[in-house]
Design a protein around this ligand. Structure first.
Ligand SMILES: [Zn+2]
Length: 174
């Protein structure tokens, strides 16, 4: 069965990278962390950084319906994980292209969304269309231009999706 380290930190941290012994969970610097009983190595896990774009065109935003887990079948603005070494704003532009077929230009930083005990830090930009045409990419089953009043609040993918869109509405939906 999965031990605590497995459960909290994921399967990537089951074995020591230095000596290959199974990891245990130990409190280090005030937090439970994967650690090795054999050689003493401690795994300090970093957050995952994701980038997203609220693409605005004539008052509407581009939303995609996810065709993959997690949150399959729910709606979100385009976004995804930032590669190591990739500028975050460029990741937002790239993910938007891959998921929506839209070429966009980042207009500004919208917000940073992070939560206790959530691995992902989501950085969201607002963006304007410079080319392309809205079409669902391979990881999406649909794509649509959505008026602010028609945002499907009950069918959004993640708490950060709703929080980012709510903040955008509160700012005047621009
Ligand atoms: Zn070890």
């Amino acid at each position: 069965m999965a031990d605590t380290a497995d459960h909290v930190h994921g399967p990537a941290t089951r074995f020591c990278a230095a000596c290959a012994a199974p990891l245990i969970t130990r409190c280090v610097d005030g937090r439970p962390r994967p650690a090795c009983d054999r050689c003493g190595a401690v795994v300090y896990l970093d957050p995952k950084v994701a980038a997203g774009a609220i693409v605005v065109d004539r008052g509407r935003i581009a939303l995609v319906k996810r065709a993959i887990s997690p949150a399959r079948g729910t709606w979100t603005f385009p976004g995804g994980y930032v590669d190591r070494g990739e500028p975050v704003d460029q990741a937002a532009v790239r993910e938007t292209w891959e998921e929506t077929g839209l070429r966009v230009r980042v207009e500004g930083l919208h917000g940073v969304f992070s939560y206790a005990d959530v691995t992902v830090v989501l950085i969201v930009y607002t963006a304007a269309v410079t080319g392309g045409a809205l079409a669902a990419g391979p990881e999406c089953e649909a794509a649509a231009w959505v008026e602010p009043a028609a945002i499907p609040w009950a069918k959004l993918a993640f708490p950060s999706t709703a929080d980012a869109l709510r903040a955008w509405i509160d700012r005047g939906a621009r």
